[in-house]
Design a protein around this ligand. Structure first.
Ligand SMILES: [Zn+2]
Length: 451
């Protein structure tokens, strides 16, 4: 907890410097449904396996109208079209972070305004997020924020069923059913619960991380967790279950399997963090249909604790093995901002590909050899941060991929993360952030790119 607070204080200082000129107070304007925008002459990373890369995109109103070659898209130009030459720059879907604390921590820990933290997230390319740890009071605050016309990032709220020590609240969340209206900015996404330590006590492991200090803290018996997850399932809510250690992951997998009772996971119950996965638990995600939501960076700059004993190192942050054991499963990342002290998805992309970490002061902290065995490809990591993350939020029909009919939530980047040297990924800049066809951020030096 001390370390957590330290992170938060560091972020407070940084955010305070970065966000002070950018308060928004006027309600966001509505997008003209007739607007027609063409981006051409670029590298368009669609996240669509049928057409992974294109040159141009057309947008009508809030949505993507067409994706294709320069010739095909420019042929659709109208007298009133706004045409933007990308000059070879990269255009991709906005980042979707399915598990952050951006909004609730901005309020509770920083005494910072919601618009300030929202602006920083937009400048770093986040266009959709899941905000975890939503209490009834905070739900009201977010609903007011949206009613005031201030919410500019698509936000799914996860209502807390337990505190971070696993203490159940009453069933207040049952009064607030989830919503699934396409394109809505604010949504009740599901219910969050904690099954083991992390911010309260220690993760529940099968081995002693520190000799003599025990196996960590499991908050429920299997029967108790089965009952709670089944109640959440029967209420129509998606369950997002915090489980860091392997013993908690096993319990969470069992509880979801019990709730599903052999049916497909249509509510998309998720397990959050999944930091230490025992090998026999690996294929169970795919077998049961559970979505794992994984940290972007491994905490190298400010480690959570000592490294695992050598014989258990292959269990820790085992992303490569998890992908290989679950082909086709939409595995998602999460930034868990502001836990790592910064809001910077491109740094997390770099971490997923290299296992190195960019610290909150911008320093490079390099992974160990045992961590390097769990690097992912840039293509895998980008999907985790866009379409797979949208799947984890049940927003994959709306965002996360550049295909006709989806909302025009997209970024222009200074470079192509699939092509640049890996070490150059953290230097990539976000030049434009668009949400639903509206420019939400335009880099000062790149006004010509912003319609
Ligand atoms: Zn979290």
């Amino acid at each position: 907890m001390t370390r957590y607070l330290f992170h938060l204080i560091g972020l407070f200082i940084w955010l305070g410097l970065a966000g002070c000129q950018t308060v928004v107070s006027d309600p966001i304007p509505t997008v003209n449904p007739a607007q027609h925008i063409i981006f051409h002459n670029g590298i368009v990373l669609t996240m669509d396996v049928a057409l992974p890369q294109a040159q141009a995109v057309a947008i009508t109103g809030e949505k993507i109208a067409a994706v294709g070659s320069n010739d095909d898209i420019l042929a659709q130009q109208r007298a009133d079209s706004v045409v933007v030459d990308l000059n070879g720059r990269t255009l991709m879907p906005g980042f979707v972070d399915p598990h952050t604390h951006l909004f609730n921590d901005a309020e509770q820990y920083f005494d910072m305004s919601l618009p300030e933290v929202q602006q920083i997230a937009l400048e770093n390319g986040i266009t959709t997020l899941g905000n975890m740890y939503v209490t009834e009071d905070f739900l009201e605050e977010m609903q007011q924020f949206e009613a005031d016309g201030q919410l500019r990032i698509r936000t799914s709220l996860y209502l807390v069923a337990t505190d971070n020590c696993g203490k159940p609240f009453d069933d207040w969340w049952q009064q607030y059913p989830p919503s699934r209206n396409p394109g809505e900015m604010l949504r009740i996404g599901g219910v969050k619960l904690f099954t083991d330590g992390g911010t309260c006590g220690a993760p529940a492991l099968s081995y002693e991380l520190v000799p003599g200090e025990g196996l960590g803290d499991l908050f429920f018996t299997q029967e108790e967790l089965n009952e709670l997850v089944t109640t959440i399932h029967n209420s129509g809510h998606q369950a997002a279950i915090h489980a860091i250690g392997d013993r908690a992951i096993e319990q969470a997998q069992n509880a979801i399997a019990t709730a599903l009772d052999g049916e497909p996971n249509s509510l998309r119950h998720r397990i959050e963090h999944n930091s230490v996965i025992r090998p026999d638990l690996m294929p169970r995600y795919g077998e049961i249909g559970i979505i794992p939501v994984l940290f972007g960076p491994y905490p190298l700059c400010e480690p959570f604790g000592p490294p695992p004993p050598p014989e258990y190192q292959s269990w820790e942050w085992p992303y490569r093995a998890l992908f290989d054991a679950n082909p086709g499963l939409p595995i998602a990342w999460h930034g868990d901002d502001p836990f790592f002290g910064r809001i910077r998805p491109l740094d997390d992309l770099y971490s997923l590909i290299t296992r190195n970490e960019i610290g909150k002061d911008g320093q490079l902290c390099e992974g160990q050899a045992w961590q390097d065995q769990h690097t992912l490809t840039a293509t895998e990591a980008l999907k985790m941060m866009t379409i797979n993350a949208a799947y984890a939020l049940a927003r994959d029909e709306e965002v996360g991929m550049l295909t006709p009919g989806k909302y025009a939530d997209l970024l222009i980047l200074s470079d192509n993360p699939l092509e640049v040297d890996l070490e150059a990924i953290p230097q990539i800049e976000v030049w434009l952030t668009m949400v639903g066809g509206r420019v939400e951020f335009c880099h000062d030096s790149q006004q010509a790119l912003c319609p």
